[in-house]
Design a protein around this ligand. Structure first.
Ligand SMILES: *Cc1c(COP(=O)(O)O)cnc(C)c1O
Length: 399
């Protein structure tokens, strides 16, 4: 059998993944597992999904040749512009697919978790579009930090359910939403926001986001006469934009896969979300992966300036890619991401999300050859991060 970095028939990427859920939840996960591949593989689903992506989201997103960045880093830099999607990030690709899937499974109500609120906004948007009631679980701390997204979710007609347990952040929101799912009626669908959670969610999310690498193949062929780049670079929180960026290249080992994870205030500071660099194997939110832990072996809260990257776990696909050495992992610190955001804004006229700035910052840390084709995914736009960027302009940092 050919070895692959994609999922195996048991729901594992190497030793990571699987489904570790209480028996009350097992039936629901089983139902999803038994239906998702057939439904999303069907022609009927694909036609509808593609039509929404084109007409509602605005796909295909451009693969933009960044001339000034290319000069700066002595290679050919292309940017995959997920920031140009409706709602401003890649998350809508997944939300549309899963709500369509829910509908085809006969579900009538959506619940979702959110950290920074980006997935909450995508979920609420698609639920408005498809006329589904939607409840978004969000930590109390995050509700206070991410108020504009809370307002957007409400304006779109969804309900925000505050989570006060733990530290009131993403980790707690996922726990509460999963618990809520167990006790909710059968017609409730749990819309997972990233390539994490019990099998089959990581595979489901990766397949729905794989439209990104499918487009990169076609667009690169038009520009460069070949479908593969030398490098693919993506930032990683849970791994949804990275899974979409890498999907069709996972087993093509001439393509270097590079992951930018949140180094926060530095690896040594203990304040980071560098799960792939310093995490240890463990169970989180129903799957086996690498997890940030404290000295007592408890799950440790992650930190990053970017609210979309501070997750204490990581998608199982990436725990495997990193452990096997298939992907290179580069921790990017807050300050480096901020600097990269100003660089992209002023060299190319694109203000990136803070998450995406982590991927841009990787360019500075690599040594490319002049002829290398480097594709960086800009996962989202920076409007939501302006307060952070502006406070940096008025501090003594001189980017
Ligand atoms: C949520 C988010 C991320 C991180 O999530 P992944 O699942 O790792 O992609 C990255 N960029 C943006 C813009 C986001 O909103």
């Amino acid at each position: 059998m050919k070895t692959t970095f994609n999922i195996d028939e048991n729901g594992y990427y190497g030793e990571f993944g699987g489904a570790f859920v209480p028996k009350e939840l097992a039936g629901r996960i089983e139902e999803l597992k038994n239906s998702y591949a057939d439904i999303i593989g069907s022609e009927e689903f694909q036609l509808e999904y593609r039509q929404y992506l084109q007409e509602f989201v605005g796909r295909p997103t451009p693969l933009y040749f960044a001339r000034r960045l290319s000069e700066q880093y002595h290679c050919k830099v292309y940017l995959k512009r997920e920031d140009l999607n409706h709602t401003g990030a890649h998350k809508i690709n997944n939300a549309i697919g899963q709500v369509l899937l829910a509908r085809k499974m006969g579900k009538t109500r959506i619940i979702a978790e959110t950290g920074a609120g980006q997935h909450g906004v995508a979920a609420a948007t698609v639920c408005a579009l498809m006329d589904m009631p939607c409840t978004v679980y969000m930590g109390q701390t995050d509700i206070e930090r991410q108020n504009s997204n809370v307002q957007r979710i409400k304006m779109l007609g969804a309900t925000v359910h505050p989570v006060t347990s733990g530290t009131g952040t993403l980790n707690d929101a996922v726990n509460e939403a999963l618990a809520e799912w167990v006790s909710s009626p059968d017609q409730t669908y749990y819309l997972m926001g990233s390539a994490v959670g019990p099998h089959p969610y990581p595979d489901l999310v990766a397949r729905l986001q794989s439209v990104i690498s499918e487009e990169i193949q076609k667009q690169l062929f038009q520009r460069e006469g070949r479908i593969f780049p030398d490098y693919l670079i993506a930032c990683i929180g849970g791994g949804s934009n990275a899974s979409g960026t890498f999907y069709h290249y996972l087993d093509d080992e001439k393509v270097h896969l590079v992951l930018a994870e949140a180094g926060g205030k530095g690896i040594a500071s203990g304040e980071n979300a560098a799960t792939l660099s310093i995490g240890r194997p463990g169970l989180l939110h129903g799957f086996k992966t690498l997890v940030l832990k404290d000295e007592q072996g408890q799950v440790k809260e992650a930190y990053s300036i970017s609210a979309g990257l501070d997750y204490p776990g990581i998608g199982p696909m990436f725990a495997n890619l990193a452990t096997k050495g298939r992907a290179t992992v580069i921790p990017v610190e807050d300050e480096e991401a901020l600097e990269a955001a100003f660089e992209l804004s002023q060299l190319e006229g694109i203000i990136p999300a803070l998450e995406s700035s982590h991927a841009i910052a990787v360019l500075k840390k690599m040594n490319f050859r002049q002829e290398d084709v480097v594709v960086v995914t800009v996962s989202g736009r920076g409007d939501k991060d302006l307060p952070n960027y502006i406070s940096c302009l008025f501090s003594d940092k001189s980017f």
